[in-house]
Each structure stands twice: as C-alpha cells, then as structure tokens.
Ligand binder design. Sequence first.
Ligand code: AGP
Length: 618
Amino acid sequence: MCGIVGALLRSGSVTEGLIEGLSVLEYRGYDSAGVAVAREQGVEVCKRSGRLANLENALRESGFGASPAGIGHTRWATHGEPSDSNAHPHTGRSGRLAVVHNGIIENHVELKRELLSAGESFTSETDTEVLARMIDRHWVEEGDDEDALLRAVARVVPRLKGYYALALLATTPRGPVLVAVRQGPPLVVGVTEDGGFLSSDQLGVLPRTRDVVFLEDGDVARVGPGRLQVTDARGVEVVREATTIAWDPSDSGKGKYPHHMLKEIHEQPDVIARTAFDRIDLGAGDVRFEGGAFDDAFCRSIERVQILACGTALHAGQIARYLIEGLAGIPVDFDFASEFRYRQPRVVEGTLALAITQSGETADTLAATRLARELGARTTAICNVAGSTQVRESDAAILTHAGPEVGVASTKAFTAQVAAAILLAVRLARSRGALPEHKARELLEELRMIRPKVESLLTDAAIARCRAVARQHAGKRGFLFLGRGINFPVALEGALKLKEIAYVHAEGYAAGEMKHGPIALVDNDMAILVINAAGAVAEKTRANIEQTKARGGVMISVGSDDASHAIAAMSVPVPVTSEWLSPLLNSIPLQLVAYHIAEIRGCDIDKPRNLAKSVTVE
Ligand code: AGP
C-alpha cells in the first residue's frame, strides 16, 4: 500500500534512481506518483495523478534538474481522491521540508483543526499534508538544522495515532537531510559508501545493495552515504543489524513475458521445487525444516491450529486446514484475519496461530496474529519475505521460496504456500504418529515427482486450452467456480483471480452447496468451472455437474477426473496426482483462464484497478 523511496547520494543526481525505485514499487499503489528533491533554497516537488508514466512525462517537460537527495511516492489513496494535489510528496510552509507517507494518521482531523486555528492552510485533503505542516512548524521553532528537525519529529510523533511509514526530505544550511520514521508499515534502509537509500520494501533498495536493515516500530533513522543512525521508540540510539537478501534484482523484472503475472505463473515449477524439495527426507518419510524447527516435541504440543490470513493466502490456509486435519488429525480453524479480532476468539491452550502471507506485511494478518499471541497462542508463519514483520514477530517461520512476486494477483506465492502447508501437515502428522512412514514417503515421493506435471500445464498446448476457454466465455455475465473437499478453496481462488484482474463477477462455491441456493443463478449466460480431481469426492462432484448442466449451465471441467471431462462442454485435463497435492496442479489452469479473460477484456493485468499488492492498512 503506497510505495516510498528515498536516497541521499554522495554526488550525482537522484531523480533517475527514484523513478527506477518507484517503478519497482508501483505494484503497491498506482493512483498517483511524485518526487521531491533538495535544492539549496528548499525542496522542489513534481507530482501527478495516475500512473508513474504521467510523472515521468511531467519531469521531462519541466526540465527537473539534478540533485543528490530526494524522496518519491506511489500512492494507493486512503484520504482524498487520486488527484495532483492529493499526490505525495507534501510540503511544509517553509518550503524546506517534504514528506511522503504510507499508512493512515487516524487523528488527522483533530490535528488539522488545531493547525487551522493556528493560521495554517492546506492544499490537499490528505492526512500526510497535516503531518508535513506540523513537523515543519515545529522545525521552524526548534532551529534550522538536522538536529532541530529531529527534535521536531520527536515532538510530533507522540501526537500521532495510527500507523505510518514516513520519509522526510529537508534542506538545511549544511545540506540535504533524509529521515525515515516507522510505526507500522515496513521501511527498509540500505547504506553504501555512495549513498543512503530507503524504500517500503527490499525490492526498492535491492538495485543498490543486498545488505538491508528492516526498521522496527518506533524507529527514527537518519540515512546518508555510509551513515545509518537509528533511535528507537524511547529515543535511545540503537544498532539494527543488516540482513543480506538472497533475491536477485533481475528477479523482479518481467523477463520475456508481457506481464509479471504470466512470468510468475510460469515460475511455478521452480517455485514449488525450491520451497519443497530440499526439505523432504525420503529416507525417513518425513520433512526437515531449517534449524530443526517443528521438532517432535514442539509438534506434539500443538492441540489446535488457528489459521489467519487474507485473500489468496487465506485460500492457501483453507487448503492447509484439509491437510492438517486430514493428515495429522489436529483440529484447525481458519479466519479472515480482518475478522478474527472482532469475534472475541477463544484461544485454547496448545494453540498454534499459523499466519499465511506472501508479503509478511499485511496489516490485518499482523494484527490478528498479535491478538492470538496476546491470548496465549504460539505463532508461526508461512511467508515469502525473509525479513518481513510477520517473520520477525513469529516464534517460527516456514519461508516459501517464490522469489519476488510483483503481479498484484498472487499466483506463484499461492502454490508455494500450498507446498509449504503440505510439508507442515506431513511433519505434524509424522511427529505424532498419525501417518505411517510408508504412507508419508509415498506422498512425499509424489510431491518430489510433481515438477513435470506442473510443467505439463504450462506447455503451449495446455495454455491453448485455457485460452480457448477464455475466448469462448470472456463475454459471459458471470462465472461460478465449484469444487469439493481440498479443491473447494481452489474454486474460491479461481473466482478471486478472475474478479481481481478481469473485473468479472465470479463466485467460488462448494459444489455440494449449489443445490441449496446458487443453482437458481444458472442459465446459459453463466460459465461454470468445476474443479474435480480423481479421488474420494470425484463421483459426488460429478453428480453436481449433472445437476447444474440439467439447468442449462455451461460446464467447464478442470482436473484429473476424466469422467467429468466427458460430461462437460469444455475441459482442461490435469495430470493425476495424490488428492492431497491436487491443488498444486488444479490452480494453474484457473490462473491462466483468468489471465486470458483479462487479456481479452483489455484489463491492466499487473495493476488491476483499486488494488495494491501489499495491504498495509486495516
Ligand atoms: C491475491 O491475488 C491478492 N492480491 C490478495 O488477496 C492477497 O493475497 C492478500 O492481500 C494477502 O496478501 P499477503 O499474502 O501479502 O498477506
């Protein structure tokens, strides 16, 4: 949600690097973009509503000159419509300070009222401008140098309610100053001899250095070439250790693909392999996590699992429930993270709260996990970002190795989460003797052999089948996705993919639930994708296909159940695998169908309207 970048160089111009950083972070929000750079006499701002390209044009036309220090922002609007005036950066009245912000200042109305009565005026409807004006006023009172600015920040921060990540750029008599403040949303800093860099996520710093510092809540950091000074929430100077990021900066590009989403779909054979294979111990018919995590004693002490996640990650969580209950026999609940806090949840002794999140920065998931911890649960995470807040706050974490996921629609992160959930379920099952060694080995062997099956879904011929489904049905009024058992969450995920990138109304439904109401929606303008894997529930799902077909529904079958293909109007066959693993395969054609429908409908696939990749507001 909103991308922030900042840089203070020893020499040279910062503008190009800021734009490069914003282009990497644009997935966090794309309602507007802006930059501010430091000049001797003050800060200069250029900002535009709409995509980053609008800002780039404006910068070219205005002949925005070189400066060694600047900040930039790409916005997902929270306060005030997307417009030039509401775009960040916002400045103080002195013209010497600019601020970019990710998050929400909840008491901004009250603070604004106070400032208005003190004679302040505003040019935008944003909470950020309130901040900029406030810090600037205090700075003027405190002096004009860097220390005075820090004193001003220290006066303002305790008055703010909400969560925010800020980058402040100021012009002082001794040169430009770059300051970062974190209270909630992530901020990452990287320092080299050539410059100090900050960004909302590691992708923004990665082109400069792989050694990054994740700021913590309450931190205020001064950033510059060879310099990182951090004070914590108590105002005490602290050293924050750097983490070396394994990702390659080129991983966040599109490669030969027209969209990040398509590239990420194609990465899934590698991603599943990277996440699962090295953790499989076929000899023992078991799973080994790094550092001996999830050992027998820990696993045996788990009486109940509470899954917390949002969106796609929650669908992976729902699949995890089938796996953990089915293989390990441990009761599992799952909740929308955004709802968990509002239903007075009961956390019994022995509960493991399992957060599932690609980014590790989703505000709802973080808040729900914190509550679970407060209520006595131990916490763990399945997460894709090593240094993220979710990982740092968890007692244990299983990292997925999906690499950077840039497309707003999650694809490879989802299959990686499912792969991690399979591993966790097997480990839990083995630790308590719920799954005999030979059965576990059989399942793990099947997982170890799954790569060619995943690849077979990404051949030209397989993609052509998905494209044919898309062509045939792109104009339909609505879509239903049906599945049973472990493939019910796959249906939910298929519907979410279509909604978010193609803007078509779609519902995921439990196949057996259709006859209890939704079947009334069925006519020949409704496309119905049924996910049916050969296995325990295949026959029952087939019966649901027949019931729906009899009402004029246009049936498309996806999966390994040949008999379903025989009775459907169109089909996308998927290789046979264990039913436990079938979501890894069945979800891929659904991603491709959504992708191609979105393409046919001319949608902006990597940046769907109204969305942002990382949702750091509640
Ligand atoms: C998926 O396509 C979505 N963009 C969204 O539902 C996402 O999965 C959700 O916001 C959770 O994000 P996280 O995995 O980073 O926590």
